[in-house]
Design a protein around this ligand. Structure first.
Ligand code: SAH
Length: 384
């Protein structure tokens, strides 16, 4: 049995044609599922009886199951979703005026192990399927309706657990569904893929998609970024920026890249570093999002003072950049950036490694930052 939610329009058409059905039938089925909310093939009455029977025999519409649902005082909702493996991944809905932004996960854990991210500490145990990714949107819409919210998801950011570009095929299909009028019908600029800097993934995206792109930069120099975002050792800043420029070339003049910069006290939050960042980003049409570090137990990092954050922002703005402060949402329910952990059957033994070698708080920066080399197995996933 295959999950029908794993297919985008092109894949479903190919599937139907290969089985001897006409391509437009795929479009009818998509409409049933995503517009009418009908997941029972027997109710899809504009299909022939034989076609319905074939669907029942070979496919299911498998929606993820909510294990835990939490509501923040600020209205943010977090759902822990149980996979058939028993593991949990997390999805966060952030309401803001009429906007409903859903932060979806793309992997069970993450391979990349950025030094300040709780998800990385969980290690990694695999990719989510397209159905498990778009299922998060369906589930959020259903849960919001149940909670009396008349709106459905308006924006999707792939900023939950995982590195979306290391799960390229499933993520591409999922974003195709998000932007397909026959499915979720979101504008391309309302769907954002966020990457820690997997350059070959950006290059591949350039050929296949026009969704919005965010990069998690966090440092103005390779020296520091190598430590905070270890994948930088493979794809340094200059290569990353060049790949972004090429992506923008395809998107056209009115679009820009979002640069995420998590501010950590005494690590990357100085005025000097703000100046370096301002200079570096001159070469890319971008909007800078500053994210004050969200703490989690044993992280070894601290959030800078409001004053330091403002000073950092001011330098960027004075240099002519658009620099927004991303307000912290949902931190009371561990739903803020970098706080998503779920429950991962860790294949990388990283959880153990961190437990046996906790990061000391209050040490000089160099010692504070756990330098963890990517293993060969982890690096393999990076070469896509
Ligand atoms: N792997 C992708 C998707 C995750 S997005 C990426 O790196 O872009 C999640 C964002 O939150 C990233 O920018 C990440 O660097 C940032 N982040 C991670 N841990 C954080 C923390 N503890 N506090 C604030 N931001 C954090």
């Amino acid at each position: 049995m295959q999950n029908l939610l794993d297919f985008d329009r092109a894949a479903l058409e190919a599937e139907f044609v290969a089985a001897g059905y006409q391509a437009f039938r795929a479009r009818q089925v998509l409409k049933w599922i995503y517009h009418q909310g009908v997941t029972d093939f027997d109710l899809m009455l504009n299909l022939s009886k034989a076609h319905r029977a074939w669907l029942v025999e070979n496919y299911v519409v498998a929606l993820p199951e909510v294990a835990v649902s939490r509501l923040s005082v600020d209205g943010t909702r977090k759902w822990s979703i149980r996979l058939t493996s028993g593991e949990l991944v997390e999805t966060v809905m952030i309401p803001e005026g009429s906007r409903r932004t859903l932060c979806v996960s793309s992997q069970v854990g993450c391979m990349l192990d950025c030094s300040f991210c709780a998800t990385g500490k969980q290690g990694f145990n695999g990719n989510l399927s397209t159905g498990q990714i778009v299922g998060q949107i369906m589930l959020a819409n259903a849960e919001m309706a149940e909670a009396g919210d008349e709106r459905s998801v308006t924006n999707v950011v792939l900023m939950g657990m995982g590195e979306p570009l290391l799960n390229f095929d499933a993520v591409l299909r999922a974003t195709n569904l998000m932007t397909d009028d026959l499915a979720f019908g979101l504008a391309k600029r309302r769907v954002t893929v966020s990457t820690a800097g997997v350059v070959p993934g950006i290059r591949k995206l350039t050929e296949h998609s026009e969704v919005a792109l965010a990069i998690s930069l966090h440092a103005p120099t390779d020296e520091l970024r190598n430590v905070l975002v270890p994948v930088n050792r493979k794809y340094p800043i200059a290569e990353l920026i060049e790949a972004c420029r090429d992506y923008l070339e395809v998107l056209g003049e009115r679009r820009s890249i979002t640069v995420e910069y998590t501010l950590m006290k005494g690590v990357n939050d100085s005025v000097q570093q703000a100046r370096e960042l301002a200079k570096l980003m001159r070469s890319l049409r971008c909007k800078i999002n500053l994210i004050p570090f969200n703490p989690f137990p044993g992280s070894g990092y601290e959030r800078p003072s409001d004053r330091a954050v403002r000073d950092f922002q001011t330098v960027l703005i004075k240099a002519g950049h658009s620099a927004m402060l991303r307000t912290t949402r949902g931190d009371d329910i561990e739903a803020a950036c970098g706080q998503l952990v779920g429950q991962v059957a860790d294949r990388t033994k990283r959880q153990e490694r961190y437990r046996s070698r906790p990061v000391p708080v209050g040490q000089p920066v160099e010692q504070q930052i756990p330098i963890v080399e990517l293993s060969d197995q982890e690096m393999k996933g990076v070469q896509i």
